[in-house]
Write a protein that binds this ligand. Structure first.
Ligand SMILES: Cc1cc2nc3c(=O)[nH]c(=O)nc-3n(C[C@H](O)[C@H](O)[C@H](O)COP(=O)(O)OP(=O)(O)OC[C@H]3O[C@@H](n4cnc5c(N)ncnc54)[C@H](O)[C@@H]3O)c2cc1C
Length: 489
């Protein structure tokens, strides 16, 4: 569909087709007119890359909501919002079962029972998964379900460049290549994912530039705890620093973490060893690297054997093999990298932001469920629960007969200008990598904030052409600025 074929007005615009957007849209009644936007192809998102799976309590004999809540609070340093955590864990299982109705296949044993795995920080086996490609399975099946909906227009390769509040709704500017379009919405759900690309080393795909958070911030929404960034301890550390993830489930299934001397070392830092929460393991790796003066770390899962590994971790097996590492014979080189954002656009239990009619769900939102640090496999669950909450709340408002957006008479905007100076995004990433990686560097934070402030001013005040590069640089600089401002003492 060409951009010109989009309508001028939709009841709801959803920015993002990751799990939060997809499951959100499935929870609207079919008489509500919705536009769903994806910056790239609709399957390309953090959601599609999720390997480990989705945590939820289904077996109330051997597990309990209270235990899952406690694990979540321990991982989050008890900085979590307890009401949000309770809602997540008590309501989540029904949403997970609903995904099975939409066709998602989680691994089962020979008796057809769902197999549950263990990950760091969980005291029970409660992670449902589809081999090590859980996110792809969920996204693929939910996309198929959404594509059948008569009330939903999906528009790929369509980037929201800016957004503003107008009477009873929003003006949403979108672009594809050098085609532009303005659409108006009564309600907007931001489901635009994470910020990984503000770092040089991240597991996140190229769409994760924090656009939704920048858009909400520019409109005056409250942004909370943006400095709560999670670093994953075990990304693949190849010669070309390919940052694909070696899932926590590999440690959950018994892999050892080794230092440059090929020795286990976690007992030096935490009694939970390899299964300590991921922030603890990441910090331990950095401290061990300083102790030994080496960035060489490894996972060892060889003893599980080729057949088991190929079947349980086919994606990781193939990914490593493509880098020359056979995980049934070789050690896997690993090092920490940016992985997830716990903070974001502040929302309440119904995914409402601090601005009327603006909602946020998934990784771009700060629901408070994760506290300072996310428990493994809780984020897919959060995307489901809060995506649905947003849909239910917006539906209630529409049913209550709230006014529709007033579409103003406006001239076409001037989007011409200079191209983005080369190296702008690299400069931002270098600053963040130095200042605020696993163990923050206070001196670099202060310096970095000043440099980012200059870049941001240049981007805002210069006359730049509205291109994807420019808008993403603006997002990265805004995100970096908010993070460094939050931590600069
Ligand atoms: C490698 C990896 C492994 C993971 N493993 C797990 C796991 O096992 N379990 C777990 O619970 N979590 C896991 N996570 C985290 C989890 O995948 C994400 O937190 C979650 O999927 C986020 O979903 P989302 O819908 O909020 O965002 P995303 O899935 O990232 O979707 C964002 C969407 O927003 C769109 N978008 C962004 N900006 C714009 C714009 N300007 N205009 C239009 N569209 C835009 C994108 O195109 C995309 O469609 C993993 C993450 C990664 C990266």
């Amino acid at each position: 569909m060409n951009l010109s074929e989009l309508k001028k007005h939709y009841s709801v615009v959803i920015v993002g087709s990751g799990l939060a957007g997809l499951y959100g849209v499935l929870n609207f009644p079919e008489d509500i007119d919705i536009l769903m936007l994806s910056k790239k192809e609709r399957h390309q998102s953090n959601s599609s890359l999720a390997q480990g799976g989705i945590a939820c309590v289904l077996d109330l004999e051997n597990d309990s909501y209270d235990l899952h809540i406690e694990d979540t609070l321990v991982a989050g340093g008890r900085a979590n919002d307890i009401e949000a955590v309770t809602q997540l864990i008590e309501e989540g299982p029904a949403d997970v079962l609903k995904t099975i109705e939409y066709g998602v296949e989680y691994d089962r044993d020979e008796n057809g029972e769902l197999i549950k795995t263990l990950e760091g920080g969980h005291c029970r086996r409660r992670i449902l998964h589809h081999k090590d490609t859980s996110g792809k399975e969920m996204v693929d099946k939910l996309v198929l379900a959404v594509e059948k909906l008569p009330n939903v227009t999906l528009s790929d390769e369509t980037m929201v460049t800016s957004m503003s509040r107008i009477k009873n709704g929003f003006k949403v500017e979108v672009m594809r290549g050098n085609e532009y379009k303005t659409v108006y919405a009564d309600y907007v759900l931001l489901a635009s994912g994470g910020i990984g690309r503000v770092y040089k080393y991240t597991t996140n795909p190229s769409v994760a530039t924090g656009d939704g958070i920048r858009l909400a911030y520019e409109m005056g929404a409250s942004i909370k705890n943006l400095s709560y960034v999670q670093f994953h301890p075990t990304a693949f550390n190849g010669a070309n620093r390919e940052q694909f993830l070696i899932s926590e489930a590999v440690r959950g299934e018994g892999a050892y973490l080794l230092n440059c001397n090929k020795e286990r070392f976690m007992d030096r830092y935490d009694s939970r060893l390899e299964l300590a929460p991921r922030d603890v393991v990441s910090r331990s790796v950095i401290m061990e690297s300083r102790r030994l003066g080496s960035n060489n770390f490894y996972l060892d899962i060889r003893y599980k054997g080729e057949e088991y590994l190929k079947n349980r971790f086919p994606g990781i097996y193939a990914g490593c093999l493509s880098q020359g590492v056979d995980i049934s014979k070789d050690l896997i080189p690993v090092f920490p990298c940016q992985h997830y954002l716990m903070g974001g656009i502040e929302v309440d239990l119904n995914a409402r932001t601090t601005l009327p009619r603006l909602y946020a769900a998934g990784e771009c939102a700060c629901t408070g469920v994760h506290g300072r640090n996310r428990l493994a496999s809780n984020s897919l669950l959060e995307a489901l629960v809060f995506g649905r909450k947003a849909a239910e709340d917006i539906t209630r408002c529409i049913r209550a007969g709230f006014y529709k957006v007033t579409i103003p008479e406006e001239k076409e905007a001037d989007r011409t200008g200079a191209p983005l100076p080369k190296g702008t995004r690299t400069e931002i990433r270098d600053i963040m990598q130095r200042a605020y990686f696993v163990i923050p560097d206070e001196g670099a934070i202060h310096q970095g904030k000043k440099r980012i402030e200059n870049i941001l001013n240049r981007l805002k005040n210069g006359k730049f052409a509205v291109t994807a590069d420019y808008c993403e640089a603006l997002s990265l600089a805004t995100i970096a600025y908010i993070i460094l401002q939050e931590v600069d003492k």
